[in-house]
Design a binder for this molecule. Structure first.
Ligand code: GDP
Ligand code: MG
Length: 438
């Protein structure tokens, strides 16, 4: 992934002392290779590298910093620049606002329509979902299911064959029925074709939607870029919504899509469920691409998925810097649900490798083992792990049926996590990662 490649690239700058033209060029070349390998489109890479080089070379005077940290700082800053500006507003000022969704088949349009309707509902407005995808027989039915699950009305016509007429009638229906937002769920094809583009252009012209959003599948690399280009040429896009960023996708495609369309990224889809839509934050995404872990998103997810009280306690403890092995254990128990754990670990700084390790193993068993180790510690040991001497480690291992190495591993993980959380800045985190502290 881009994350891993960048990490390797930046690691090699470690301990190089002062920043020189030569080692800076080495570092930049590695960053460039990392981006190309991560499927970021070449013109995007070139543009990005030009900006990073200019910034990095211009900062040579700051000799007090380590070159790796300095370069990470520059890359991070430029990523934020490239991903921004951010505009999460849906601009729903009018009596009836029309939002049009477009994108390839399977990108997540219908799902995102439902997510948006839900969001709009929480703001006290009424949304109408419009079944304008008449290509797939099941599409209309799917939209009805989605609409029902979020409590939004769905407009569809029996035996309809003209999506443009459906859209026009739907807008009329909305005006007559006090609906504030009309969301058009249009058809997608497996690849871009002329007929689809013509259909979308006609809808665009005849309906005149207030906002036109391109929905892009975040799991696809170069394909995402090519389709974004085609849609951007055909339609006047107002924003991009990238879906499926809940899996292993680290968002490399976002860079390309943003570069190609030039329109703001509005939201990201982080699950197939109706609450799996997040406003887009450039700084968080830059951190995620760089592999710093997405601590803020993690805390938010924790609040959503965990027992609220436990999550609050953990967050408070993290903020107060008093995070103990007891808190750690409670968190482990919360994430014992399969699937959820890998997702969470993947987002936690320093835990990416652990998530991979767990891919093919029995999560429950691993969790039980970790919990067993903590259970075998005394109160004092849980509060202040520093007191754990080799003798104590032996005892804990024996008590939990594990080895002293395994106890050590757990302590290292805990240490990484708690020091990570103590309000460290992104560049400090990266520094730790490179020194092998994480
Ligand atoms: P459409 O053809 O563009 O309308 O795409 P759909 O909305 O039917 O979505 C295609 C598939 O992607 C469905 O199985 C969705 O559940 C899934 N999907 C959509 N958005 C997300 C997301 O953000 N995360 C995940 N994991 N799956 C998603
Ligand atoms: Mg659909």
């Amino acid at each position: 992934s881009l994350q891993d490649n960048l990490r390797t690239a930046l690691k090699s700058l470690r301990g190089k002392g002062k920043l020189t033209d030569a080692n800076m060029r080495d570092g930049l070349r590695m960053v460039e290779e990392a981006m190309i390998e991560a499927d970021v489109a070449y013109p995007v890479v070139q543009d990005f590298m030009a900006r990073v080089s200019e910034e990095a070379m211009g900062q040579k005077v700051l000799k007090s910093l380590n070159p790796d940290q300095q370069l990470v700082g520059v890359v991070h800053e430029q990523l934020i620049q490239l991903l921004g500006p951010v505009d999460p507003s849906l601009h729903l000022e009018k009596d009836v606002t029309v939002l049009m969704m477009c994108g390839l088949q399977g990108a997540g349009k219908t799902t995102t329509c439902g997510k948006l309707a839900r969001l709009i509902g929480t703001e006290g407005k009424k949304a109408l979902l419009v079944a304008a995808d008449l290509q797939r027989p099941a599409a209309v039915q799917q939209l009805h299911v989605v609409g029902e699950s979020v409590g939004a009305k769905v407009y569809s016509e029996e035996n309809a064959s003209d999506p443009i007429a459906v859209c026009q009638n739907a807008v009329k229906f909305a005006r007559e029925n006090g609906i504030n937002v009309v969301i058009l769920d249009t058809a997608g094809r497996l690849a871009i074709d002329e007929e689809l583009m013509e259909q979308l252009k006609t809808i665009d012209r005849k309906i005149g939607p207030d906002q036109c959003f391109l929905v892009v599948d975040g799991m696809t690399g170069q394909d995402a870029v090519n389709s974004a280009k085609a849609f951007n040429d055909a339609l006047e896009l107002d924003g991009v919504i990238m879906t499926k960023l809940d899996g292993d996708a680290r968002g490399g495609a976002l860079l390309s899509v943003k570069h190609v369309t030039g329109v703001p990224i509005k939201f990201i889809g982080i699950s197939e469920h109706m609450d799996g839509l997040e406003p887009f934050y450039a700084d968080r995404m830059a951190g995620r691409i760089l592999g710093m872990g997405d601590v803020l998103s993690m805390v938010e997810m924790a609040q959503r998925e965990f027992d609220q009280d436990e999550a609050m306690k953990a967050q408070k403890a993290l903020e107060a810097g008093s995070f103990t092995l007891d808190d750690f254990k409670r968190q482990l128990e919360q994430i014992m649900r399969p699937g959820l754990m890998k997702k969470m670990l993947g987002m936690m700084p320093g835990f990416g490798d652990m998530a991979n390790m767990l891919q093919n193993t029995d999560h429950e068993k691993d969790m039980r083992r970790l919990r067993g180790i903590i259970d075998s510690m005394t109160r004092e040991e849980r509060r202040t792990p520093k007191v754990i001497t080799p003798t104590r480690r032996q005892r804990i291992a024996a008590g939990s049926g594990t080895s002293p190495q395994e106890v050590n591993e757990l302590l290292k993980q805990f240490d990484a996590m708690s020091s990570m959380m103590k309000g460290a800045s992104p560049s400090e985190l990266i520094g730790k990662m490179q020194r092998g502290d994480l």
